[in-house]
Ligand binder design. Structure first.
Ligand SMILES: [Zn+2]
Length: 148
């Protein structure tokens, strides 16, 4: 998906169209590299929520993020298998990360209940915690995949 990104260089501030699917973007004017802050889960919805959090339907956003996380980790099931990827995951991922991985692949409702309890039902906090934890886990898996 395309969206507008503003270069963070104070002397540049150029605004350009970037793809949410890329882990980083290069400013076409000054060539500064800008990290996609929510890769691989960035969507226009999430971007919008950062500018106008008071206008956001957090329940909807949370549901959408759950779907995206489920889809993303569903494609990485090999890390939950008995094979080499699974052995790597057991060694390199924390219990919390493995728990998130399994819960999102299986769409475990207990996982959502646990988030709800942790944040007293605050959907914005639940959304941001899920986003942060899923990003961290995805980054680890990508690090592993890059090595083969
Ligand atoms: Zn720039």
């Amino acid at each position: 998906m395309k969206m507008m990104v503003k270069c963070g260089d104070d002397n540049c501030r150029y605004e350009f169209s970037a793809d949410t699917d890329s882990p980083e973007w290069v400013c076409p004017r000054c060539e500064r590299v800008i990290k996609n802050p929510h890769f691989p889960f960035l969507t226009a919805r999430i971007m919008h929520s950062r500018y106008k959090p008071e206008e956001v339907d957090w329940e909807y956003l949370f549901e959408k993020l759950l779907e995206d996380v489920h889809k993303y980790f569903g494609q990485k099931r090999a890390f939950l298998s008995e094979g080499a990827e699974g052995a790597w995951a057991k060694k390199n991922l924390s219990d919390d990360e493995l728990g998130l991985f399994r819960a999102s692949v299986d769409e475990d409702p207990g996982f959502v209940d646990e988030l709800r309890q942790r944040f007293d039902g605050d959907l914005q906090k639940m959304h941001d915690a899920l986003l942060e934890e899923a990003q961290g886990l995805a980054a680890k898996l990508m690090g592993r995949e890059g090595k083969d």
